[in-house]
Every structure is written in structure tokens, then in C-alpha cells.
Design a protein around this ligand. Structure first.
Ligand code: PHE
Length: 344
């Protein structure tokens, strides 16, 4: 077979081979087989030297055009294969841009915590500091030193969770008064927000709830100071026009003691179900620190006087947002909780 025929067969072969090549890899094989350093075309060209100058010119020209042809064919095939590959990829990685995007939900403070923070900030702005105490408490701090002796009926007023080791779950935040007075000398102006526990469960009582305790001690603290501070606090929470009244009451750790009522926020004092027809809502307990409490912590009641108060945060939250059942505050029902988004 002459060189010319060889070249033409080569051209035919490559056309067939290219038709068969179904991916980039086999295409590369075809390329090296025909155009590579040890490829078929190179092989033919090596024998060019044996030809006469005229023949060499003719065959050389043919060889060049075939080389160009092969290169072009490979290029075309390469484009086709690459395009196929791209189509396949696009098909596989199809993105539906009409699908709704994912939603990053923004959380919010629980309404009880918002109320706790709001109340704390009012007292902080008046110079009170925040004190903390443990939820597992000594009986002494929770009762005895607060002038509640062992057999005193007041202990039944606060149904207590006792623990095996003789300690208890604090029934109020008042033991933080004791802890603070043991730790620090007067003057004292503190609040103590925190969780407290009682064996109690119905629409207005939860076995765990939150209180804020307040205590102010100095040389000339009077009942007038108590009234003034509580007035500022209540007007800040419920508005400037809120009616306030002090009603005589009894707590073992204060003397005299009072309960504070505000005008019913639901019926505005007319009388309704929430205020049980009285027009008033009980909101907190307070009084002047009993001399026996001062004596228990070694503060001289002749030298110092003070007032204390304690309030339930859930109750204030319920009145503020007109929530009828305390239990919904602890259900983690997102339909309920989401209503308080953006409040603080
Ligand atoms: N500790 C009382 C209670 O839980 C509230 C209170 C605190 C009353 C301080 C007077 C003074 O009911």
C-alpha cells in the first residue's frame, strides 16, 4: 500500500473511531492513537524521507490536510461530548427556584422573663442591686430566721417541698433577705428575682413560679418610703393612673404588714370575674422588717429600720397580658409564646 492510500485509510479509520467515541476518555485515546508522538500519523510521516522531492511535497501536503482534518474532527467531537456532559449535569443538579426558601425563626423572651426583666430594671434604676440565693434552701433561712417558728401555722400557708437531706425547695424569695443581711451591713437596697416552689396546682397556682423580693434598710426608713417606692414601681408597670391601695395584713417577718391592691386592669374597677366583683386586684405583700428578723441576723433594730416586699411575677404577667390560666405559661405552646414576639 502506498503512503497516499495509507493516509486515506487513516482518515477513514479515524472517522469511524470518532463516531464510536462516547466519552472524553475514549476520545483522548483516539487522539493519542492517531496524533500522539508514537501515533499512526507520526509513523507515516517518518517514512516521508524515502520519497522523491515531488512525491514528498504532494504526500506532505496531503498528510498536513489530513492532520488538520483529524484535529478538527476531534475538536468537534470534543465539543459535542462536553456539551452532553454539561446537559447531564444540569439535569442532575436541577434547582427549582420556585420552591419557598427556608425560614430562620427568630426567638423571643418568655413573657414571664420579660416581666421579670422589666420589673428588675425599674428597681435597678432606683439604685437597688440584684441578689441571688439558691433554690434548695435551709429550713432556717426559709422559715426560722424569718420569724416563722417550727409549729407556726404560717408554715402550712406555704405548702413546702421537703427534701430527704432536711433541706427544702424555697417557698419564697424571702430567704435571700436573710442571706444578704448576713453577708452585708446596712444600708441595703436589694431585689432578688428567682424561682420558688409550693405544693399547689390550679388555674392560678403553679408548683414552680417566680417572685421578686425587695429589701431596703437604713437608719430612717419608714412606711412612707415603702409606699413611695412601690407607687413608682406600680405606675411604671401599669401606667400613671393606676389606683393603688394598702390593706392591713399579716406576715411573720414584717410588722406592720400590708397587702397592696391595684384597681382591676380588666374592668377598671367596676367589678368583674377577674377581680371577683371587688374592683381590686391583690398584687404584692409587704411591710416593715420585723425586729425579730433583724435580731436573727445581728442587726440592731434600735439603730436600723427597713421595709420588705415580695411579689409574684406570673400574677403580674397574667394581669398585664390578661392571661386567664397560669398553666399556659409553662406549656411551651408556640402559638401562645409567639404572640409575645417583639415585645422586648
Ligand atoms: N414572702 C411573702 C410571700 O411569699 C411575700 C412578702 C415578702 C411579704 C416580703 C412581705 C415582705 O407570700
Amino acid at each position: 500500500m502506498g503512503l497516499k492510500e495509507e493516509l486515506l485509510t487513516l482518515k477513514e479509520e479515524i472517522t469511524k473511531n470518532l463516531e464510536k467515541a462516547s466519552n472524553i476518555q475514549t476520545l483522548e485515546e483516539v487522539r493519542t492513537q492517531f496524533l500522539g508522538k508514537k501515533g499512526r500519523l507520526k509513523h507515516i510521516l517518518k517514512t516521508l524521507g524515502k520519497l522523491s522531492p515531488e512525491e514528498r511535497k504532494e504526500i506532505g501536503k496531503l498528510a498536513n490536510s489530513i492532520k488538520e482534518y483529524i484535529e478538527q474532527q476531534i475538536k468537534e467531537k470534543e465539543n459535542i461530548l462536553k456539551n452532553l456532559l454539561l446537559q447531564e449535569k444540569l439535569q442532575k443538579e436541577k434547582v427549582d427556584i420556585t420552591l419557598p426558601s427556608f425560614w430562620l425563626d427568630i426567638g423571643a423572651s418568655h413573657p414571664v422573663i420579660s416581666t421579670l426583666v422589666e420589673i428588675s430594671e425599674i428597681f435597678l434604676s432606683m439604685g437597688f442591686s440584684i441578689e441571688e440565693g439558691p433554690e434548695i434552701e435551709f429550713e432556717e433561712y426559709n422559715f426560722d430566721m424569718l420569724n416563722i417558728p417550727k409549729d407556726h401555722p404560717a408554715r402550712d400557708m406555704q405548702d413546702t417541698f421537703f427534701l430527704n437531706n432536711g433541706m427544702l425547695l424555697r417557698t419564697h424569695t424571702s430567704p435571700v433577705q436573710i442571706r444578704t443581711m448576713l453577708k452585708r451591713n446596712p444600708p441595703i437596697a436589694m431585689i432578688a428575682p428567682g424561682r420558688v416552689y409550693r405544693k399547689d396546682a390550679d388555674p392560678t397556682h403553679s408548683p414552680m413560679f417566680h417572685q421578686i423580693e425587695g429589701l431596703m434598710i437604713d437608719k430612717d426608713i419608714t412606711f412612707k418610703d415603702l409606699k413611695g417606692i412601690l407607687k413608682i414601681f406600680l405606675e411604671n408597670v401599669f401606667g400613671k393612673d393606676i389606683p393603688i391601695r394598702f390593706r392591713p395584713s399579716y406576715f411573720p417577718f414584717t410588722e406592720p404588714s400590708a397587702e397592696v391592691d391595684i384597681g382591676c386592669t380588666v374592668c377598671k374597677g367596676k367589678g368583674c370575674r377577674v377581680c371577683k366583683g371587688t374592683g381590686w386586684l391583690e398584687i404584692l405583700g409587704c411591710g416593715m422588717v420585723d425586729p425579730n428578723v433583724f435580731k436573727a441576723v445581728d442587726i440592731d433594730p434600735e439603730e436600723y429600720t427597713g421595709f420588705a416586699f415580695g411579689l409574684g411575677i406570673e400574677r403580674i404577667t397574667m394581669l398585664k397580658y390578661q392571661i386567664g390560666d397560669i398553666r399556659i405559661l409553662f406549656e411551651n405552646n408556640m402559638n401562645f409564646n409567639n404572640q409575645f414576639k417583639g415585645l422586648r
